[in-house]
Design a protein around this ligand. Structure first.
Ligand SMILES: Cc1cc2nc3c(=O)[nH]c(=O)nc-3n(C[C@H](O)[C@H](O)[C@H](O)COP(=O)(O)OP(=O)(O)OC[C@H]3O[C@@H](n4cnc5c(N)ncnc54)[C@H](O)[C@@H]3O)c2cc1C
Length: 471
């Protein structure tokens, strides 16, 4: 990055520093950080500007009162790319793995039932009735045809396996990943493997088995990971590697195509703690959430602004409660549980953090993190912290045989937590891509493109970096 001038050019530029860089990345969540890290590793002059004082976006770990809280994602899938990245960053030795066979539960008729983790277990599980099992056999041995038009997850599951599977397993799973509404989420965008399986094989089960056989990578299921000091270790390590290329407390407030493009295609105005700055960049990587990206790009390409701003997000409240171990009668042996919407509870699911990873709670204490809200209960995030903590304790107390109130509580609200891959998402992304190509040197990374999981964000950000700077 090169300092050009500190001269007043117009009203905005009065007292504004003007600098120049090859590539500016707007947003320092995992997507922006990974893209900037990969570009700098390849020798590209790339700068990340992050509005907040801390980097990492929704990945946030905090120590409080003897607990290690995860205020955003609770763990992540150890995909090949992520594991490789952790090794490169020198943090592989800080990884902690969740027990591979930790059971996951789902609430059914007031009881927690273990989710079957294999096809034979599915057939013998009390979670599903005979009709659903028959529908599975019909899929395994029969043939069906995916409709041409975009199909919702709910209508796909009802068509193939029946309403029971949707209510008891798929709906809760969809809440766990998207905090979304299966009636509105698009199957081909949210779970493309299932859509492809039916399309390729005429059967979801045969298609999935065939895809698993054909994949050249390692066969085993990726493990669920975190780090000894929490998920934030990953973003802190990326920030350290990016070093001087990272600018925190620097909010991008305007983006325009530069009038004189000799110094750079984009003129990016940044408001920071140390004053205002204009960064002239040859390339722009937009790594901010879509509402911000849409607003900032509306002056560059109005259609892009409209398309990005139209993506819906789910609001989520993350409620961390700490208990004395002796006050919780349940064994807490497992990952936690998910809650079907038909149960009438407002809690979407609960992760038993201290059962998954060591060091999440001091001896004699346990940490449980619950999620409330989502698109089907958007009003929940307007409740006070006290009400949310009381709601979660009230709804889980009997289930987990608790005999006393929590000794600790913390609530983190996200008004826009997770992008919704709703019906029409694939068409919207195709239109975004078309408009993107009309603006030279513009790129997108983020969790609304190829999946919201951290592993998907990492893969997509690495792919974007490789497209910018092919090796
Ligand atoms: C509650 C919750 C639970 C989750 N659980 C899991 C899980 O268990 N496992 C998993 O794999 N994934 C999980 N996810 C999903 C995953 O964490 C996210 O999809 C991913 O971290 C998003 O990263 P991102 O960089 O794309 O976006 P973000 O993290 O949103 O980062 C965007 C960044 O842009 C910055 N920004 C915004 N405006 C500006 C501006 N004007 N100028 C400069 N910077 C700006 C923001 O401050 C932010 O840092 C969860 C997400 C949430 C919210």
């Amino acid at each position: 990055m090169r300092l050009l001038q500190v001269l007043p050019l117009d009203a905005w530029h009065a007292h504004t520093v003007v600098t120049e860089t090859k590539t500016i990345v707007v947003g320092g969540g995992i997507s922006g950080l990974v893209c900037a890290y990969a570009l700098r590793k390849a020798g590209v002059d790339a700068v990340v500007v992050e509005a907040s004082v801390r980097v990492g976006g929704v990945i946030r770990s905090e120590r409080r009162d003897g607990f290690l809280l995860e205020l955003g994602p609770q763990s992540f899938s150890g995909t090949t790319e992520l594991r490789k990245l952790c090794s490169e960053l020198g943090i592989a030795d800080q990884e902690v793995e969740a027990p591979a066979r930790a059971p996951r539960y789902v609430l059914l008729n007031g009881k927690l039932i273990a989710v079957p983790m294999s096809p034979p277990a599915l057939l013998t599980s009390s979670l599903l009735g005979g009709r659903t099992k028959w529908n599975m056999a019909r899929d395994a041995f029969g043939r069906s045809c995916a409709p041409e038009e975009d199909e919702s997850i709910a209508s796909f599951v009802r068509r193939k396996f029946g309403a029971e599977l949707l209510d008891r397993l798929v709906g809760p799973f969809v809440s766990g990943v998207y905090a979304g509404d299966p009636e509105r989420l698009s199957l081909r965008s949210a779970f493309p493997q299932l859509y492809e399986a039916e399309k390729a094989s005429g059967s979801v089960i045969r298609g999935m088995l065939r895809a698993a056989k054909a994949s050249s990578g390692p066969r085993e299921q990726p493990t669920l990971l975190s780090f000894r000091e929490g998920n934030e270790t990953l973003v802190r390590a990326l920030a350290a590697k990016i070093g001087a290329g990272l600018r925190a407390s620097a909010e991008v407030v305007n983006i325009a195509i530069a009038r004189d493009r000799t110094a750079g295609q984009f003129e990016v105005r940044v408001r920071g703690a140390g004053g205002d700055e204009t960064i002239l960049a040859q390339r722009l990587v937009m790594a901010a959430p879509t509402d911000v990206a849409g607003r900032l790009l509306s002056g560059v390409n109005a259609e892009l602004g409209r398309l990005l701003s139209g993506i819906e997000y789910a609001p989520v409240a993350v409620v961390s409660l700490g208990y004395r171990r002796a006050d919780v009668g349940h064994s807490l042996n497992g990952f936690g549980f998910l809650v079907p919407r038909s149960s009438g509870l407002r809690v979407l699911g609960t992760v038993w953090n201290s059962s998954l990873f060591s060091g999440r709670a001091r001896d004699g204490l346990v940490l449980l993190t619950s999620f409330v809200g989502g698109v089907t209960d958007a009003g929940a995030v307007a409740l006070s912290d006290e009400k949310l903590a009381a709601l979660v304790h009230g709804e889980t107390r009997d289930l987990l045989h608790m005999t006393a109130a929590p000794v600790f509580s913390h609530v983190q609200i996200y008004r826009r937590a997770l992008p919704q891959y709703n019906l029409g998402h694939a068409a919207r992304l195709a239109a975004i891509e078309k408009s993107r190509q009309a603006v030279a040197n513009l790129y997108f990374v983020g969790n609304y493109l190829r999946g919201p999981a951290i592993g998907s964000c990492v893969e997509q950000a690495l792919a974007a970096a490789a497209a910018i700077h092919p090796v």
